[in-house]
Design a binder for this molecule. Structure first.
Ligand SMILES: Cc1cc2nc3c(=O)[nH]c(=O)nc-3n(C[C@H](O)[C@H](O)[C@H](O)COP(=O)(O)OP(=O)(O)OC[C@H]3O[C@@H](n4cnc5c(N)ncnc54)[C@H](O)[C@@H]3O)c2cc1C
Ligand SMILES: NC(=O)c1ccc[n+]([C@@H]2O[C@H](COP(=O)([O-])OP(=O)(O)OC[C@H]3O[C@@H](n4cnc5c(N)ncnc54)[C@H](O)[C@@H]3O)[C@@H](O)[C@H]2O)c1
Length: 469
């Protein structure tokens, strides 16, 4: 029998559970279709496991640095199995909690299987998920992405890992070769180095974290060098070959890098090709990401796309925020949430969880320079973490703070907080930006001493015009 639902959600990414529960509470009958594990990439093979493992890595790092703080320890060893078990326990607990929440929500049916469109039955959309066939008035797609692996000669002859495989390892790699020098490569490279592996990062770009400002890349390169991570920028791989105990990456000049394990952190592919989108006429871009307007509606009325699959963000918080956009636009009483009704209005906000973490919102220096070159009035202030008392007291002085303000409206346009607690402090700026207030109000605030954030008002007093180049 084909059951009819008000709403079907394909994929239990970071928008889906909250959306399913909210719509069910509005009285809708909701089908939540998941082909693998509830919780999606973030809970199972992304944020949750990596940030849990990062803590073990940081503890090992700080234990090795204990002498700097006048604390003596014995020899530091890492029990990789125990660190991974702690990580798995955290993931399993998070998924269990999510599953229980969804299962106890009236009007939500969890359907196990890979969802796809079959077409239409009048106004209704017809879907399949494994053995189940269902119809729905509305469909929300939250199917996310999976690891993208580039074509490399010889890759079919050697074992290699993506984020799922890396996080399933039971033994510490002797020498992990990571292809990719961006969020995933950098976070995992530092973590595995601190857990005791040799790590080599092979990066095709001329510098690490190429989307960030050049001085940020330089700081990242500096602390990875200090920790003994080998970084090869501007790299291209001619071919890979198996060796007796691992893999060899051979470069076009014949130079080679040997390691025990090979991990690709080279971006993500859209999970859209098995959705049979053509059967209902939904448009994608050339990479398979689903086109939406700022309210996340596709070109087909009644179908929306949320999370990474709409290419309007690539983070858990952007995916979760997408569900708030949907709710705000489908509830006429949500007028006060006007800023959530439009994905084009939100500034890019994220953290890269290297240690120290990089917190970012809105414009980078490079973006600000482009704007100044276009004639926009831009004010800029920078400060090195090494000039901040709290960072010195903590003995963690790598990084910088950068504030960018519109010279005419006095509103913040962007900020970088790269250093201790940068992942937390950045929300001071992004929350403030959501108010649209002049930066001058922040100058009147009373900050707590000694903190990193106390320097924000001081730094604002040093704003200087950014000249066009
Ligand atoms: C290693 C790693 C670390 C990360 N760390 C962070 C971080 O610290 N902070 C952060 O904000 N972001 C982080 N991210 C990114 C974050 O995980 C994603 O942006 C986030 O999960 C949003 O994804 P989503 O909602 O689009 O869907 P996803 O979380 O990708 O989930 C999509 C779900 O849909 C399911 N699915 C796919 N196709 C179908 C189908 N046809 N039928 C049924 N089900 C289907 C999948 O099985 C999956 O469960 C990280 C990513 C990785 C890989
Ligand atoms: N802290 C976070 O929020 C967080 C953490 C991890 C991942 N993520 C999300 O995951 C997504 C994917 O991250 P990612 O780091 O895999 O991808 P990315 O697209 O950010 O970077 C890909 C990297 O691979 C390199 N590269 C590409 N092809 C290569 C090749 N053939 N040889 C060598 N290097 C090559 C690029 O130069 C770049 O450094 C990001 O978009 C991000 O949003 C977020």
């Amino acid at each position: 029998m084909t059951k009819h639902y008000d709403t079907a959600i394909i994929g239990s990414g970071q928008a889906a559970p909250a959306l399913a529960v909210a719509l069910a509470r509005r009285g809708e009958c909701v089908a939540l279709i998941e082909g693998a594990q509830l919780g999606g990439s973030c809970v199972n093979a992304g944020c949750t496991p990596t940030k849990t493992l990062r803590k073990s890595a940081r503890v090992a790092h700080m234990a090795r640095r204990a002498g700097d703080f006048g604390v003596q320890t014995g020899e530091i060893t890492v029990d990789f199995g125990a660190a991974m078990a702690r990580m798995r326990e955290r993931v399993d607990t998070a998924r269990r909690g999510l599953t229980a929440w969804l299962k106890r929500t009236k009007n939500v049916d969890i359907i196990e299987g890979w969802g796809a469109f079959e077409g239409r039955d009048g106004e209704k959309f017809v879907l399949t998920a494994g053995e189940t066939r269902l119809t729905a008035d509305k469909v929300y797609i939250n199917t996310g992405t999976r690891a993208f692996t580039p074509t490399v000669r010889g890759l079919d002859t050697i074992p290699h890992l993506d984020n799922v495989g890396l996080l399933a390892l039971t033994e510490l790699p002797r020498h992990l070769i990571i292809v990719g020098g961006s969020y995933i490569g950098l976070e995992m490279g530092q973590i595995f180095r601190r857990l005791g592996a040799e790590v080599t990062i092979i990066n095709s770009a001329p510098r690490l974290a190429m989307r960030e400002d050049a001085d940020v890349s330089k700081i990242i390169q500096g602390f990875l060098d200090d920790e003994g991570v080998t970084v090869v920028n501007n790299a291209s791989i001619a071919k890979v070959e198996p060796t007796r105990d691992g893999v060899s990456l051979i470069m076009p000049d014949g130079f080679s890098f040997q390691g025990s394990h090979l991990f690709f952190a080279t971006g993500r592919s859209a999970n859209s090709e098995t959705l049979n989108l053509n059967s209902v006429g939904v448009y994608t871009d050339e990479r398979g990401f689903i086109r939406t307007n700022a309210q996340l509606a596709t070109n087909v009325p009644g179908i929306w796309a949320l999370g990474d699959i709409n290419a309007r963000g690539a983070f858990t918080h952007t995916s979760y925020h997408d569900h708030e956009i949907i709710l705000a636009n489908s509830d006429e009483n949500a007028g006060q949430l006007h800023q959530w009704k439009d994905a084009d209005q939100r500034p890019t906000t994220y953290a890269m969880f290297t240690d120290p973490p990089l917190g970012r919102v809105g414009m980078s220096l490079a973006d600000a320079q482009d704007a100044a070159n276009d004639g926009r009035s831009i004010l800029l202030a920078d400060m090195a973490m090494s000039d901040i008392s709290r960072a010195k007291e903590e003995g963690e002085t790598a990084g910088l703070i950068r504030l960018i303000v519109d010279g005419e409206t006095e509103q913040f346009l962007g900020a970088t907080v790269f250093g201790i607690a940068g992942d937390e402090i950045i929300s001071v700026l992004s929350n403030y930006m959501a108010t649209g207030a002049s930066y001058r109000f922040m100058q009147q605030a009373l900050p707590v001493h000694p903190t990193v954030a106390e320097l924000l008002p001081t730094l604002l007093a040093n704003l200087k015009p950014l000249a066009a180049k």
